[in-house]
Design a protein around this ligand. Sequence first.
Ligand code: SAM
Length: 224
Amino acid sequence: MKINNRLKVLGDLVPDNSVCLDIGCDHAFLDIYLEKSNRGIKTIAADIAEGPLEQAKQNIKREKLERKIEVRLGNGLDTYTEDINTIIISGMGGRNIIGIFKNNLKKIKNVTTLILSPNNYQEDVKRYFCKNEFYIEDEVFVKDKKFIYQIIILKRGNKKYTKKQYFFGPILLIKKGDLFKEYYEREYKTREIMLEFLPKRFHLKRYHLKQELKEIKKELEEVK
Ligand SMILES: C[S@@+](CC[C@H](N)C(=O)[O-])C[C@H]1O[C@@H](n2cnc3c(N)ncnc32)[C@H](O)[C@@H]1O
């Protein structure tokens, strides 16, 4: 089984000996990779839809891991049990991820680590969890084909972040590097295009876009 770079990088960030719930496992490639890594990680592969879960079961069977990887059908945290200390969600929209946890945070009191890779609304995801007793331990950019993804590692605890840290990511802002540059060059271009097409009457939105363009330009100038 060949795993893509995005899932491999994410998998390598999972703590050794953790008990993980992979919500939205789809094909279960990540769970198979984690099981085969021999790092003492137990994974439970969960999905809301029967089709992907059937695919997951077949892939797990092909790798002869049926007795190692448990598969659960259900919506979000309905598949959570108290033995789990790590939750992984990747390849879902940021607002969908927040929706899964909203009103359910008390239920996951045994969870110490969240590994999230939202497709969008990354800033909203960071704000939501950091206002709900998690802090950002690490952030990683990973490129797969032409896309650049963010992986966010959250741990239990409280930290305060500035608006700028939420916008760029507090750890990404320190690490910077080539993928930071590429990612924010794209973000810059996207905002330039939005500004070009946004009618003049949207004063506030135009103002915010201009501010963001200034901030991004400043940070990009500091990348070596
Ligand atoms: C695009 S796939 C991502 C698969 C894999 N995690 C990855 O990163 O490659 C999204 C999966 O999430 C599942 N999903 C969406 N909403 C869900 C929810 N509320 N609970 C569980 N699974 C969900 C979908 O059925 C789909 O299989």
